[in-house]
Design a binder for this molecule. Sequence first.
Ligand code: ATR
Length: 270
Amino acid sequence: MDRYAVLGNPINHSRSPFIHTMFAESTAQNMEYGRLFCPLGEFVKTVDDFRANGGKGLNITVPFKEQAHAYATMLSDRARRAGAVNTLKFNDDGTVYGDNTDGAGFIFDIKRAGWDFTGRRILVLGAGGASRGILGGILDEKPLSVLLVNRTVEKAVVLQQEFGGIEVCSFEDLNCRSDRFEFIINATSLSLNSKLPAIADGLYKDARVYDLMYGSSSSTVFTEHAVKCGAEEAMDGLGMLVGQAAVSFEIWRGVTPEPQPVLDALRQQL
Ligand code: ATR
């Protein structure tokens, strides 16, 4: 049986085994998917051992995505652009393919919801690792414009230089402008602390909003607040978790699993 796992530290909380096991059942793939705890400083040894025992692929999570990027012998463009790898595929010829499915997983989830960024104005809040993961995917959809707003503007400028095709400003500047956006994406970590980004309530009116974070309910402080302020639709990031897993699964197995039943089951568990 082909073996896969999610590798990280810590790893106990990971939902990936649940998601991939459901994918494998629904697509009749003969495979198993487990959790692999990796001691800090032992990434290469842990991955080498897993491969030596017949492992075919890994998902990589915190804090090893950069080390996985270095471990891969071939990288997808999006992994190169992100500087981080969340999916490794071990080929029979000894090569190791590294990919990053976070951005594609986000777009996968957006499309599941019937949203379309093409020709639209997008506001992205936050310029940390989460933004870096999704910006390429957003730009590939050919939006009319992308405005990236961050508390530390210098970090937004770094992403602007790397990705091109985006505008950046501070929260203060945003609130002095009269721009409107069809989509507002919260890629800050604020919801983790039940805090809201400092943007004017009027911006939410008629917008579709997405929070990359998720919690035990299907809403976050951000999505709840946005709906109260008149947002047309609001989604949390659970679907992105399923989406990035679906894209990894496709890379390994060549079949695209159906996300909705897994998302429904996951939602019930939280
Ligand atoms: P990562 O590990 O994903 O890179 P991070 O760099 O801490 O995490 O990024 C988290 C994002 O949330 C950043 O955009 C961060 O803004 P800064 O770059 O200015 O730090 C944003 N963020 C976190 N706490 C915030 C707060 N209290 N107010 C505004 N933005 C905040």
